[in-house]
Design a protein. Structure first.
Length: 125
């Protein structure tokens, strides 16, 4: 089970790294994939920079966290994803946003996989 969790985490991490690179290479496509327009001016700088950083750093923590003795990094990536899911839920409940069920489910599921992988590596904070 530990090897399966580690492999799944590695694949997910590589996907996140690629998504981060896509935000830098083709931001309009990346934005559309998340259901948003590509902004202009300083908004684009913030949008591209923040999303590229979010995906790249989360992906790097996942990839590095699959190495023996580095599983603690997986809790950081899980925290980012869990916070994103909570933020989306608050945006729906308090800010009039559409309920992003598919994104929330993915973020929560990946966070759970990351925590399970860290625990399987016997890394308990």
């Amino acid at each position: 089970m530990r090897k399966l969790l580690r492999a799944a985490t590695l694949v997910i991490g590589i996907g996140f790294l690629l998504q981060g690179a896509m935000w830098l290479a083709v931001p309009a496509r990346s934005a559309a994939g998340l259901g948003m327009p590509l902004l202009d001016g300083l908004g684009r700088s913030t949008q591209v920079g923040d999303f590229a950083a979010f995906f790249a750093v989360a992906g790097a923590m996942m990839v590095i966290g699959t190495r023996p003795g580095r599983g603690l990094l997986l809790y950081g990536a899980a925290g980012l994803l869990g916070a994103a899911a909570i933020g989306r839920t608050i945006a729906w409940a308090a800010q009039g946003a559409d309920f992003a069920a598919a994104f929330i489910v993915v973020e929560a599921a990946v966070a759970a996989i990351l925590v399970a992988t860290a625990r399987a590596e016997r890394v308990v904070p």
